[in-house]
Ligand binder design. Structure first.
Ligand code: IPE
Ligand code: IPE
Ligand code: MG
Length: 271
């Protein structure tokens, strides 16, 4: 049943024993399997403190670390973080260089700890226009953690949803030309198998910080039935508590997937 997909009842209290767990325990009855996060507002966080934008990105990396730890403690299966969009190349070269440097730092400093915590890293986005040292680090992160069975951390880096869909269409066209696929067989399943996210469940919940309410080219295909939670805080201020409250909001949403839920049917009978 699609309505049940992506939801798992919390069955053990042990998932909730970490710091911040107490405020989760009484309210949260369901957790999403897959959460996507648009980590936005680093620049404004820094500007409002009279700091350079890079300082916002540095603090944003701290928030990412806390978010990954919380995702493990909350028992999520998949966490996708939007760390650099294809359109972010339009920023000043100094900022792009800083952001590339931070990604390198994250992988170099944190990969061993992530591996120890059983995290499986997967990277989505284009690789061809990245520098060789960055490409090598991404491959290293995926290779080292491939067999892990804990949280899957999907890093959307140099990612753009439109470009991803266009690449999938191109791959299908090549399959048709080579006679591997019949054009009449192309459907949403075949297309989804050509996306970077092949094999991953769609995100149940997408959280965006900074007050902006848009996708900015993030998981547009995959978010067809995602719930959205937009938070006014900037990304460096996002923490375990904010994450827990977004999960709580999610747990109270009614997902329908185009159908009729028990709640909807009861209303209909009454009227
Ligand atoms: C998010 O913060 C980080 C990236 C996009 C890489 P921003 O850098 O977009 O911060 P604002 O939106 O300008 O405040
Ligand atoms: C989206 O944020 C990209 C990431 C968070 C990595 P942006 O700051 O780039 O998005 P816009 O420009 O406000 O839409
Ligand atoms: Mg932004």
């Amino acid at each position: 049943m699609p309505t049940a997909a992506g939801h798992r009842a919390i069955t053990t209290a042990s998932m909730l024993t970490a710091e911040g767990g107490l405020e989760l325990r009484p309210r949260l009855s369901e957790i999403p399997a897959h959460v996507g996060v648009i980590m936005d507002g680093n620049g404004r966080w820094a500007a409002s403190r009279g700091l350079p934008r890079i300082e916002g990105h540095r603090r944003g990396l701290e928030a990412l670390r806390e978010t990954v730890r919380a995702a493990i403690d909350f028992g999520l299966d998949y966490l996708t973080v939007y760390s650099f969009s294809m359109e972010n190349w339009n920023r000043p070269i100094e900022e792009v260089t800083d952001l590339m440097g931070l990604l390198k730092r994250f992988i170099r400093n944190d990969l061993k700890d992530l591996h120890k915590a059983g995290v499986k890293v997967r990277v989505i986005g284009a690789r061809d226009n990245l520098k060789p040292d960055i490409r090598a680090l991404l491959v290293e992160a995926e290779d080292m953690t491939r067999a892990n069975t804990g949280l899957t951390l999907i890093v959307a880096f140099n990612y753009g949803s439109r470009q991803e869909i266009a690449a999938a269409a191109r791959a299908l066209a090549e399959d048709v030309l080579a006679g591997r696929v019949k054009a009449s067989d192309i459907d949403e399943t075949l297309l989804a198998q050509r996306l970077d996210t092949a094999g991953l469940p769609d995100p149940d919940l997408i959280i965006r910080t900074s007050g902006e309410q848009r996708l900015s080219n993030f998981l547009m295909w995959q978010a067809a039935y995602s719930e959205f939670v937009f938070l006014p805080m900037h990304w460096p201020d996002f923490d375990r508590r904010a994450f827990a409250s977004a999960l709580h909001v999610f747990s109270e949403r009614e997902r329908r997937f185009g159908g009729v839920t028990a709640r909807g049917q009861a209303d209909k009978v009454k009227s």
